[in-house]
Write a protein that binds this ligand. Structure first.
Ligand SMILES: NC(=O)c1ccc[n+]([C@@H]2O[C@H](COP(=O)([O-])OP(=O)(O)OC[C@H]3O[C@@H](n4cnc5c(N)ncnc54)[C@H](OP(=O)(O)O)[C@@H]3O)[C@@H](O)[C@H]2O)c1
Length: 330
């Protein structure tokens, strides 16, 4: 597998999103999840994406378990945002506190992540959501201290607004911005991606498969587990779902003509948008991991890219519900 650069950090051209192994996307088989993380390294995918939020906390512990004996061969990205306090119970989202970007919380939260991951350094530490009540300078200053202490090697932001990115980067170099980017979520092309490029910040597109929808796997929310976060997602329900099924069908038609899967086409499209992008498709299983990794060898011509973009309808519906939308682009 080729590598790419996110600012000064070198990683495999494709990462592995580990969120669904522990949260948001229904049940998962722990043994298969661990095998997937280990298989990733064997096929050259060394860039793992997790967060304190995933579980909460259980996903970091799962990764700690899976990487034992091979820590230095992986590049591990994790994130903090919502306060984990003395009453927070691993695996119980309702026990998490609000987003906290204070220097005091940055200093304490990293210790928990290091412990759960079983490591003494984090390669890339992101603020998962900007705290509107704390100046970004305070948060980044505290994250920079972690770099000086050797606990963190690079720092990043997720779903931050252009002005916040600029202010943050003025305090300490930001290595990567992680935000949603895929064929059905292209709003970052307007201002966010150009801002990252101007400042030399790498970009990590999350949910490059449109949370799985672009793979053509889902036709109804009823196919998803009871606790699956997507069951009530604006794009997975009602009239939006009907419109989005046409988008998935179109993608499948073009993929079919090329003799690849729709998921591979969706990943190849993101990869083709620039060498400074490292998508992190999520999966809980080795079969999808291997299919997705093969997408790095699929080259799309400029004509194919233009056709895909022209023929695919816009996604219907917001990316998140009202609460989720209020927490992004801050
Ligand atoms: N910063 C943020 O706010 C944020 C938000 C969301 C996600 N993320 C990160 O980004 C990562 C990726 O995003 P995501 O997991 O939300 O969405 P995604 O990568 O767009 O899609 C994941 C879904 O696609 C399915 N899938 C994967 N490969 C497939 C294939 N080849 N064929 C058919 N289906 C396939 C997965 O199935 P299975 O699970 O059944 O394998 C899962 O349901 C996450 O794991 C997480 O680390 C970050």
């Amino acid at each position: 597998m080729n590598t790419r650069r996110l600012g000064s950090l070198e990683v495999s051209a494709l990462g592995l999103g580990c969120m669904g192994m522990s949260s948001f996307y229904g049940s998962a088989d722990e043994g298969e999840a661990i095998a997937t993380i280990q298989r990733a390294l064997e096929i050259g995918v060394n860039f793992l994406d997790t967060a304190q939020l995933y579980g909460p906390m259980t996903n970091e512990s799962l990764i700690g378990e899976a990487i034992k004996g091979h820590r230095d061969e992986y590049v591990i990205a994790t994130k903090f945002a919502r306060r984990i306090g003395p009453d927070t119970v691993a695996g119980d989202m309702s026990t998490l506190g609000p987003v906290d970007g204070s220097a005091e919380y940055v200093r304490s939260s990293v210790e928990g992540s290091l412990k759960r991951l079983g490591t003494d350094y984090i390669d890339l530490y992101y603020q998962h959501r900007v705290d509107p009540n704390v100046p970004i300078e305070e948060t980044i200053d505290a994250m920079a201290e972690l770099v000086q202490q050797g606990k963190v090697r690079h720092i990043g932001l997720s779903e931050a607004a252009p002005e916040t990115i600029r202010r943050a980067h003025a305090v300490h170099p930001i290595t990567a911005l992680q935000s949603e980017y895929s064929l059905w979520s292209r709003d970052v092309e307007v201002e966010i991606l150009p801002t990252c490029r101007e400042l030399g910040i790498g970009f990590v597109p999350y949910s490059p498969l449109g949370r799985g929808f672009l793979s053509g796997r889902f036709t109804s929310p009823d196919e998803l587990d009871e606790g699956d976060f997507r069951r009530s997602g604006p794009r997975f329900t009602g009239e939006n779902l009907d419109a989005n099924l046409k988008l998935a069908a179109k993608l499948a038609e073009i993929a079919n003509e090329k003799g690849i899967t729709p998921a591979q086409l969706a990943i190849a499209w993101v990869l083709a948008k620039g060498d400074d992008l490292v998508p992190i498709p999520g999966t809980k299983r080795r079969t999808y991991l291997e299919q997705n990794a093969a997408a790095v060898d699929i080259m799309l011509t400029p004509e194919e890219i233009a056709r895909i973009e022209a023929e695919l309808p816009q996604a219907a519906g917001e990316r998140y519900n009202e609460v989720g939308m209020a927490a992004i682009n801050l």
